[in-house]
Every structure is written in structure tokens, then in C-alpha cells.
Design a protein around this ligand. Structure first.
Ligand code: NAD
Ligand code: MG
Length: 406
């Protein structure tokens, strides 16, 4: 078992123990207008004495980006959609912020000299910008799990080569990061990823066949972007997180357990060989893991609801049902198959989720489209970012075909 940069994590913690004040740092946020991006800016606003903003990027929500720029005064603001460039430029004329548009400009923003970068673009669209941030050899907080699923080995190799510190933002992986003994990984028996079970946890598949996008994005515990909300409803999110955990913590599937925990209070656990189980708990609020990675290795305050255990009363657990939620099984199989299978899984899922959100296919078709795409394309291998892009594109075309004929 290995853990990338665990030595670096250890060193930074040791420095922090001697000198616990927080060092001022410049920050870039890739995907600043999304759910993770906005939450990150909210924490930064609470600690304006520590953080300055280097760059903010968004795809199309120009109004929100303009508001963020006026409040946080980054050096650079980029909008992905060229059609929105003129609006951005006019709204920010007279400010000190440089503006740009397009994919290359987002990669350029990720390459700027920030001490700390939040990678919070949704989907494989975040691949090039996240890689650009990693190559700078500083700190990258990773929310964009699809990148790691799609290009796992290649991304971790870049992290090692650049000496980058990769901090997990996903609540489960952040929880494990907080309680994982990097000094003696051999003492770890397994990690336990918890899952809320999503809005359809108890629903029969006959009923699930007819759920609407509005029902699927209404998560019972978490407030998130549309794509990850649908992934949480199909449990593909937990499948993606299984693959994410594999790459981040260097564990095989036999050492990663998934457990349904409807209250979302325990965010994940590490089980040790002596029978001890260490867990991280908190309210289901992404501002906690975001504050953790923003302040790391120190702790900074976050305006979150604190847990009231007497009020919570009880915490419950149950095994996941892979028959009602086949997406999780597909993800596990893709990880076991290796090669390009996780890239195919991720791309097909992105297309299928989009198909469901636009009304082209039903909820149960999401996993079906992913399964058919995996069956048709399995075997492709990926050895470079170029390969990942090629397999990703092919998978998208294939999955789109299945969406259109579903
Ligand atoms: P979101 O949809 O709310 O925001 C996505 C951001 O990415 C927006 O700023 C958008 O402008 C930008 N974006 C979208 N398409 C783009 C493109 N083609 N090019 C450049 N930028 C683009 O998503 P989110 O919920 O904030 O999730 C972001 C990432 O974090 C996802 O990978 C998700 O799985 C992960 N994550 C989110 C949460 C959560 O609570 N929201 C929790 C854990 C992990
Ligand atoms: Mg998660």
C-alpha cells in the first residue's frame, strides 16, 4: 500500500505542530461559480486576512462570476463560454482584474502562481486545468473526482513527479485523510466509505423507473450541483468515490468497504488491525472539508452547524443494495478491469446523466447506458492524458448513441 505524498503531508504537519499560525496564501478556484466554488469563497470571506485570490474561472454563469470578481478582486477572471466574454469584459471594465475566455484561458488560469488551487470544475472538462495546477508543484485541493476516475494513474504520476500536495475535498476522502495513519499504513485493515443512500434509498425499482430530474437532484442531506446529485441518487457517486479512494490512498477494492449511513454524520472511517475504528464526524456541510483543506495543516473556523448528538439520537447503518443500484457494481467492475474502463465508465456516466437531466432517458437508463458502453468498448488502455482524451471522446460518442436509442 502506498499513499502519495504522505511524506509531504507528514512533514507539513510536523512544521505546523511547531508553528501553528496560518501562513497567508494566494488561491485560485477552478469552477468558482459552482456549489464547491461558492462554498470555498464563503470560507475565504471569513478569513480575508489570510487569503488573496489569484484567479477565478467559470463556464457560463457570467453574472455570478462578475459578482465574485467585484467582491474578491482576483488578478484574473476567465469564462469558459466565448459567447459570454463581451458581457464579462464590459461588466469588469475599470476594475484591476484581467479577463479572458475559452478553454485555453482556463488552463492558463490554472497555471498562474497561486499557492493553493481548488479544482472544482465538474466532470472530465476539468482534466487539463487540474493537470496544469498539479504541474505547478504546489497544493491542489481536489473536488473534481471525475478527473481522478478518468485519469487516475496518470494524474497520480503527475502529482508525484511535480511534488504536488493533493488534498481530498470530497467529504468521505477528506474524512479518511483526517484519520488515516500515514506513518504505519500496514496497521490499516480497511477504510469504510459511508453513503447516505440518496433520495431513492428505499424505493422499489418499478417506482424508480419514473422518477423525474427534480426528484433526483433533491438530495435529502447535501446541497450540491445537479450532476453529483444525480450520481448520488444512482449511487454512481459512491462508485466514483471507490475509484477515487483507490488512487488517493493506494488501497485495493478488498480494503474499501461501502456502507449506507442515512444520517450522513459519520463521513467515513478507517478500521485498524487491532479492532479500533477511527471516524470523522460533522454536519453534512461541505464547508467543513473545504475549511479543512484551506487551512491545512492548521485548522480554521467554518460557519457550519455544529453537531448536537443528543438531538441526533441515533446513527444507523445498512449494506448497499447492488441489485437496486447497479451503478456501484459497474464502477467496482471498471476498477477491477483497469486500463481504460474507469475512463469509459466516467464519460458514459456524464453523457447518461446529461441525457436524464434533459429528459431524453429515464433514471434507470443511466446505469444501462454506462453498462452498454463498457461492454462495447472495454479493452482500450490509457497511458497518457492524450489517450484519456481519446477514450473519453469515443466513450461519449458511443454513450450518446445509446441515449438516442434508449
Ligand atoms: P457545479 O455544477 O455546482 O459547479 C461546477 C463548476 O464547474 C461551475 O463553476 C461551472 O461553471 C464549471 N464548469 C462546468 N462545466 C465546465 C466546463 N466545460 N469547463 C470549465 N468549467 C466548467 O458542481 P459542484 O457540485 O460544485 O461539483 C464540482 C466538483 O466537485 C464535481 O466533480 C463534484 O463531483 C465534486 N464534489 C462536489 C460536492 C458538492 O457538495 N457539490 C461534494 C464532493 C465533490
Ligand atoms: Mg462524497
Amino acid at each position: 500500500m502506498h499513499c502519495v505524498n504522505s511524506g509531504r503531508w507528514r512533514r507539513a504537519v510536523a512544521v505546523e505542530e511547531r508553528n501553528p499560525q496560518i501562513i497567508p496564501r494566494s488561491v485560485s478556484i477552478l469552477g468558482s461559480t459552482g456549489s464547491i466554488g461558492c462554498n470555498t469563497l464563503e470560507i475565504i470571506q471569513h478569513h480575508a486576512d489570510i487569503f488573496t485570490i489569484e484567479a477565478l474561472t467559470a463556464y457560463s454563469n457570467v453574472e455570478r462570476l462578475v459578482g465574485q470578481v467585484k467582491r474578491f478582486k482576483p488578478k484574473l477572471a476567465v469564462i469558459g463560454d466565448h459567447k459570454k466574454y463581451q458581457t464579462l469584459k464590459e461588466a469588469l471594465s475599470g476594475t484591476t482584474t484581467c479577463v479572458a475566455a475559452g478553454r485555453e484561458a482556463i488552463v492558463e488560469a490554472a497555471s498562474r502562481p497561486a499557492d493553493w488551487t481548488m479544482a472544482a470544475i465538474v466532470g472530465a472538462a476539468g482534466l487539463e486545468p487540474t493537470f496544469a495546477a498539479i504541474r505547478r508543484g504546489k497544493v491542489v485541493a481536489l473536488a473534481n473526482k471525475e478527473c481522478l476516475v478518468s485519469a487516475g494513474n496518470i494524474m497520480m504520476e503527475e502529482v508525484r513527479a511535480a511534488g504536488t500536495t493533493l488534498l481530498p475535498v470530497d467529504s468521505e476522502h477528506n474524512a479518511i485523510f483526517q484519520v488515516f495513519d500515514f506513518e504505519s499504513p500496514e496497521s490499516i485493515e480497511k477504510i469504510i466509505l459511508t453513503a447516505s443512500g440518496g433520495p431513492f434509498r428505499d424505493m422499489d425499482r418499478l417506482v424508480m423507473a419514473h422518477v423525474t430530474p427534480a426528484q433526483a437532484v433533491a438530495h435529502p442531506n447535501w446541497n450540491m450541483g445537479a450532476k453529483i446529485s444525480v450520481d448520488s441518487a444512482t449511487l454512481m457517486n459512491k462508485g466514483l468515490e471507490l475509484i477515487e479512494a483507490h488512487y488517493l490512498f493506494g488501497l485495493g477494492t478488498a480494503q474499501i468497504e461501502i456502507l449506507i449511513h442515512p444520517q450522513s454524520v459519520i463521513h467515513s472511517m478507517v478500521a485498524y488491525v487491532d479492532g479500533s475504528v477511527l471516524a470523522q464526524l460533522g454536519a453534512p456541510d461541505m464547508r467543513t472539508p473545504i475549511a479543512h483543506v484551506l487551512g491545512w495543516p492548521a485548522r480554521i473556523s467554518a460557519p457550519t452547524t455544529k453537531l448536537d448528538f443528543a438531538k441526533i439520537g441515533q446513527l444507523t447503518f445498512e449494506p448497499p443494495d447492488l441489485n437496486r443500484f447497479p451503478a456501484m457494481r459497474l464502477a467496482s467492475q471498471a476498477l477491477a478491469s483497469g486500463g481504460g474502463a474507469p475512463t469509459i465508465l466516467n464519460a458514459a456516466n456524464e453523457v447518461a446523466v446529461q441525457g436524464f437531466l434533459s429528459g431524453a432517458i429515464g433514471f434507470l437508463d443511466i446505469a444501462l447506458v454506462v453498462e452498454k458502453t463498457l461492454d462495447k468498448l472495454q479493452g482500450d488502455s490509457v497511458g497518457s492524458l492524450c489517450d484519456v482524451r481519446r477514450v473519453d471522446l469515443l466513450s461519449r460518442c458511443t454513450a450518446q448513441g445509446f441515449v438516442e436509442t434508449a
